[in-house]
Write a protein that binds this ligand. Structure first.
Ligand code: ATP
Length: 215
């Protein structure tokens, strides 16, 4: 496919049950710094290692579509859901690479996910497909990284956005403000409180109420 832009394409995958500002705001803050033309928000097919999401696939996708209304660089991507089975990140990135052969790919992940990177399927291959952009998350510190991950950082970490404009394999630890929120806590807040929590866009809150989700 021949896309008309050159800058990096960012991918943020998640359960998004629901998507919240802890996902969206750091991504938008980084978009200018890292030159992202697109931030593809990709709800995952129900991951095998976790209990099923409360919202259905279509509801999680619809909430991501509503989030994408906030900024023209946000794109709701239903590729993983359309596979009809859980998809590993290496496969998703391989698919994106085929779709955007001229662009560098940036895979966005929270610090909690990054700390478990070496347990992911073919994690080394992941670094041949994309750069990693790691978002700070309260309670998760790089000091707790395994020896393998520390060694990886020695070789691959960069704080220079220019080094992420092409190729793959660099790791950028973002200095964006940390958001102390998880979807799990947010679902509890939605059960306990009739008002829109601060960490959720209003249009998504209205959809949640209209669908009777998280009660
Ligand atoms: P749960 O509470 O169910 O674990 P979650 O809030 O962690 O959900 P996910 O959809 O599983 O949300 O997360 C998708 C990605 O976003 C992961 O890489 C995760 O690390 C990251 N992420 C989620 N919340 C935050 C946050 N508050 N700050 C930084 N990264 C986050």
């Amino acid at each position: 496919m021949n896309h008309s832009f050159e800058g990096p394409v960012a991918l943020l995958g998640g359960t998004f049950d629901p998507i919240h500002y802890g996902h969206i705001k750091p991504a938008l803050t980084l978009a200018d710094t890292l030159g992202w033309q697109q931030i593809r928000l990709q709800p995952c097919f129900s991951p095998p290692h976790r209990k099923p999401p409360e919202a259905s696939d279509q509801q999680r996708l619809q909430m991501v579509r509503l989030a994408a209304e906030l900024d023209c660089r946000l794109v709701a991507d239903d590729w993983e859901l359309r596979q009809g089975q859980p998809t590993r990140t290496v496969h998703t990135l391989s698919h994106l690479q085929a779709e955007y052969p001229r662009q560098s790919l940036h895979f966005i992940m929270g610090m909690d996910s990054f700390l478990s990177l070496t347990s992911w399927l073919n994690w080394q291959q992941l670094l041949t497909l994309a750069h990693l952009v790691v978002l700070p998350r309260p309670g998760y510190e790089l000091n707790n990284a395994s020896a393998t991950l520390q060694q990886l950082l020695v070789n691959a970490e960069t704080d220079k956005p220019a080094e992420l404009q092409s190729g793959s394999g660099r790791i950028y630890i973002a200095q964006t403000p940390a958001f102390n929120i998880s979807a799990t806590e947010l679902r509890q807040q939605l059960k306990d409180n009739p008002d829109c929590p601060e960490l959720l866009p209003l249009n998504i809150f209205q959809y949640i109420r209209q669908q009777g989700l998280y009660q």
